[in-house]
Ligand binder design. Structure first.
Ligand SMILES: Nc1ncnc2c1ncn2[C@@H]1O[C@H](COP(=O)(O)OP(=O)(O)OP(=O)(O)O)[C@@H](O)[C@H]1O
Ligand SMILES: [Mg+2]
Length: 351
């Protein structure tokens, strides 16, 4: 039994028509493991994060699936039972967390209050806990006397990460914890998170739109596109031998200090999810798409042990990867693209 087992999770936001923000997401996570979820804006990452804590905003509805936490179905828990799990067992660093600090309270007061709300202890004990958390993330405890606006963005972010650790949770969900920060501060915080994880051994779901950041922090990666996992597997294998053209495109779009390359962006935007397109959701942007891709939805299939991809042409992955490094491949106007896009009679992207 894994620490966290998510199965066929579906979440919609009410509307006419409803937004199918998460559609059939499944994964398992064990203690000490880090899963990165990567994908462009609007692909459903935050919705997954909030669903794991059952903290979805009002128009959202869990339309199906299961979230088993240490063998217990989270979706069946009463609000009281859920409250006992939140923060103590599973802690969330929300997106733009540093803005979640209350501007009118001194940091000490809000952190102490938050700790006491979840774990009955004296004010003195909670203060001692708050001070040691500060030290963990390299912030002088006297800064607790400040108001949030007196701290830099990076300090606030480190403080929010420290707060997630307050009750020694077994899982931390961190939603874009460093996105708003410059790369030097980001790098320092990432190293600190990895260090804290070594020390405390929690599992982590780490959300980012930056595949490079995920590569530094995670063992497993889920590449999310339009509410689904397009690819999932061990980070090294997925990055070295991606089997989904979307992963290939994401890799092209981010700088890699160790293997510098020309940045190539994926043309177009993710599709609307109200409702999602039929067939493969990436088809309209995929240089390798065939007619089959626009009509038939590809299932996630195993390409190597533990590595899955939802593409009809996983057996052509190597060929696609060779072409994906070429800028012309992604240009919708390009003749190079046409040579393999035109013979698309449903069997192969390359005729
Ligand atoms: N409160 C809401 N009401 C209606 N639709 C919503 C709501 N919140 C999110 N959505 C929609 O659900 C989809 C997924 O949004 P989500 O915030 O999970 O994406 P994300 O991957 O976290 O994006 P980002 O990288 O920008 O944070 C998007 O299409 C978004 O427009
Ligand atoms: Mg988000």
């Amino acid at each position: 039994m894994s620490l966290l087992e998510v199965n066929d999770l579906k979440v919609t936001y009410a509307g006419s028509p409803p937004v199918q923000a998460v559609d059939g997401v499944s994964f398992k996570l064990d203690i000490g493991q880090n899963l990165g979820i990567v994908g462009e804006s609007g692909c459903g990452k935050t919705t997954v994060a909030k669903t794991l804590m059952k903290l979805l905003p009002r128009p959202a509805r869990i339309a199906g699936g299961s979230i088993r936490w240490d063998g217990t179905e989270l979706l069946d828990l009463s609000p009281e039972a859920l409250n006992a799990v939140r923060w103590k067992d599973i802690a969330l660093v929300p997106q733009s967390a540093m803005n979640s600090l209350d501007p009118v309270y001194r940091l000490r007061d809000q952190i102490v209050e938050a700790i006491q709300a979840h774990d009955p202890m004296s004010k003195k004990e909670a203060e001692t806990r708050a001070e040691s958390l500060c030290q963990l993330v390299g912030i002088a405890p006297q800064r607790l006397n400040d108001y949030p606006h007196q701290l830099s963005g990076g300090m606030k972010q480190r403080l929010v990460i420290a707060m997630a650790l307050a009750l020694n949770p077994r899982l931390i969900i961190a939603d874009e914890p460093t996105t708003a920060l410059d790369v030097i501060v980001q790098d320092r915080i990432l190293k600190q998170i990895i260090e804290l994880q070594k020390q405390f051994g929690f599992a982590m779901v780490y959300i980012s739109h930056d595949i490079g950041v995920i590569a530094e922090t995670c063992d497993l990666v889920a590449v999310m596109y339009a509410g689904k996992f397009a690819e999932f597997g061990p980070i090294g294998d997925v990055l070295k031998r991606p089997a989904h053209p979307y992963t290939m495109g994401l890799k092209n779009a981010f700088p890699d200090i160790r293997h510098p390359h020309r940045l190539i962006s994926i043309p177009g935007h993710p599709p609307k999810l109200a409702p999602p397109p039929t067939g493969c959701r990436f088809a309209s942007r995929c240089p390798f798409a065939t007619e089959r891709c626009t009509s038939e939805e590809p299932p996630l299939v195993q390409v190597r042990p533990g590595h899955y991809a939802a593409c009809h042409y996983v057996d052509k992955a190597e060929e696609m990867l060779n072409l994906a490094g070429n800028e012309a491949t992604w240009n919708p106007e390009s003749a190079t693209r046409d040579t393999f896009a035109s013979p698309m009679n449903g069997t192969s992207p390359h005729g």
